[in-house]
Design a protein around this ligand. Sequence first.
Ligand code: IMP
Length: 424
Amino acid sequence: MATAILGMQWGDEGKGKITHLLAREADMVVRYNGGPNAGHTVIDRGEKFGIHLLPMGCFYRDARCVLASGMVIDIPILREEYGLIANHLKWEPEIVIAENAHVILPYHRLLEELEGGGARIGTTRRGIGPAYRDKVARVGIRADDLLYPVRLRKKLAQKISILKRAWPGSPELSSLSTDLLAKDLLASAEPFLGSIRNAIPIIAQALNRGENVLFEGAQGALLDLDFGTYPFVTSSSTTFAGLGNAIGIPLPQIDCRVGVMKAYTTRVGRGPFPTRITDKLGDFLQQAGNEFGVTTGRPRDCGWLDLVALKYAVALNDPTTLAITKLDVLSGLDEIRMCGAYQLEGRETNTFSGSAEQLALCEPIYESISGWKEDIRGVTDYESLPRAARAYIERISQELQAPIGIVSTGPSPEETINISFDRY
Ligand code: IMP
């Protein structure tokens, strides 16, 4: 059985907790896109982690972890994270790194600063865009280059000479040394050299044997390079459509698709956000939901649920079930708003536009529903939720035409309601 975890908003939906939960049953967990721009928060055995690169299967001894070819991997960050997790677990997780996954190098982060991409788009400044750009321009360094130091040095020398010619005024780029870069990279990569493999047959065999394979997405549908709110997007495919390409396996084998969505909306970085709350209620949600980036610490803007955007994400991801996270954060509000349509140039529309310019012109049209006063943190039984909370969930399910399988009522794995998939 194969399952995919897909973000339905602008990232930060709580995929970390959901993937960590589902990974308990997994034989293999495959992280398939993005890099250390992602920050998956998990609480494992009472300890909190912000995971950037390792698939969530790393917490379970029986689950093999694959970092698939759609990823861009920063080797020193991977090494640090791996050490942290191995120390926590007291054993070393089994990982496979796809030989054709790309490697983030220090000059990618430098370029992001020099070109001002971070400031313009509000990126995480982890070198993601420049690394994917090198992949497309066919001048990237791939994981298997690390296995052949001579080849690696040759490719690095070519790239560094291009950089020096393009940026004569940059002291950091002008002083880059191929030998030093290769030496540092190979030293950090040393423990992982045996893990660099052709990942396609490894994933395919697990699927063919009927193993539980969990595909772990990073970021969310609205950050997809092609279909998100361009140009305020990340540089990889974050939707279900992108999954096949990111792993090299035909999509129809993935029959369970879990769309993860927060009970409200957040966005970090720049770009239009129609349902953003600009008054103190936004600050309340930010504090109550601890809405600060795991990777950068930046505060996330908060807003009401946007059904127009979510219906778009449903069309892109085709979830077979939804996981709603952070429902507990909405406790105490008299009313909850939902945006069912936008006002655009004097007309009402329920079509979401991936064009940032067009979306910036959209005004949300809200419907108010009752909130609930009870603290629902830690509730594990659906029937114990206040009637208004259940009505909210059921309305979301109805609007998005998808059953709700999981409701999260707190950050710990225990603070979760599992709803039978055939409830609706
Ligand atoms: P980049 O992925 O660092 O290039 O950043 C591009 C955009 O995606 C920025 O708006 C980031 O804030 C956003 N982004 C990237 N990764 C995440 C994530 O894991 N959660 C939320 N936003 C993200």
